[in-house]
Design a protein around this ligand. Structure first.
Ligand SMILES: [Zn+2]
Ligand SMILES: [Zn+2]
Ligand SMILES: [Zn+2]
Length: 254
């Protein structure tokens, strides 16, 4: 299995427009964060987790030209709004893309991308063409590959993280119920959101994410969905063993 963290930034990205803080002014490529998303390739299946606002740029940068499926974590715009550019994959490979998510997520995507449901536009392949797969909180298969949703809280709403084999990707969580924590045992790689040092009502901060990572004891944990509050080298050097800050372009093989 190959994983590419194509975006490690929070909803505003890093640098922030107009900001003169040391992270936003940093020359370190690891301090340049596009919006959160990850690419997973396993058993010949090409999966993207979320189509971030930066989707097009991320596909170009990582040299990814084909996808079979998109797993959506939730409907917030930083995670879905690149979906229009799935058209380029539809047209190049003459195929629909299978998309997965919980009911709220897919219902909201249908509202945000209402134009993409227009039958006439669909017939010209002028809109992103997707097959909607409403997914219960239980394991399902995409062409033989098992995907396990992990239902977490993002403030008051329930959203999905996903486990595929010994990889789990969880973003925008602020609470993981105990029954869902059990699904995260024995991981090789955990990618988990850690927003910033200060607490936040709807996202884990660094301290909370570290606490969860230490409980789950994945062989390696990488943090993602990061604001400009966290300068890569500085924060990374302070983290416990086997926990690191993720960064755009991070490539992991399991
Ligand atoms: Zn987000
Ligand atoms: Zn800044
Ligand atoms: Zn969100």
């Amino acid at each position: 299995m190959k994983i590419i963290l194509v975006g490690s930034g929070t909803s505003q990205g890093v640098p922030n427009i107009g900001c003169k803080c040391e992270t936003c002014l940093s020359d370190n490529p690891k301090d340049k964060r596009l919006r959160a998303s990850a690419y997973v390739e396993t058993g010949g299946l090409k999966i993207l987790i979320d189509t971030s606002i930066d989707f097009r740029q991320q596909m170009l940068r990582a040299n990814i030209s084909d996808l079979d499926a998109v797993l959506f974590t939730h409907h917030h715009v930083d995670h879905i709004l690149g979906m229009d550019d799935l058209r380029q994959i539809n047209q190049r490979h003459r195929k629909y893309i299978d998309i997965y998510g919980n009911k709220l997520t897919l219902d909201e995507i249908k509202i945000s991308f209402r134009y993409a449901l227009d039958e006439e536009l669909k017939s010209y392949w002028a809109v992103p063409l997707v097959n909607f797969h409403y997914t219960e909180n239980k394991a399902f298969k995409i062409r033989g590959i098992e995907v396990l949703p992990v239902e977490v809280y993002h403030g008051k709403i329930k959203i999905y993280g996903y486990r595929i084999g010994n990889l789990a990707y969880i973003t925008d969580a602020s609470k993981i119920p105990d029954r869902e924590m059990e699904k995260l045992e024995g991981l090789d790689v955990l990618i988990l959101n850690a927003l910033r040092r200060a607490p936040h009502p709807t996202h884990f901060n660094l301290e909370q994410a570290t606490e969860i990572a230490l409980r789950l004891k994945a062989r390696k944990t990488y943090f993602t969905h990061i604001t400009h509050d966290m300068m890569h080298d500085k924060i990374n050097s302070e983290l416990p063993e086997n926990i690191e800050l993720g960064y755009d372009g991070l490539t992991i093989e399991i």
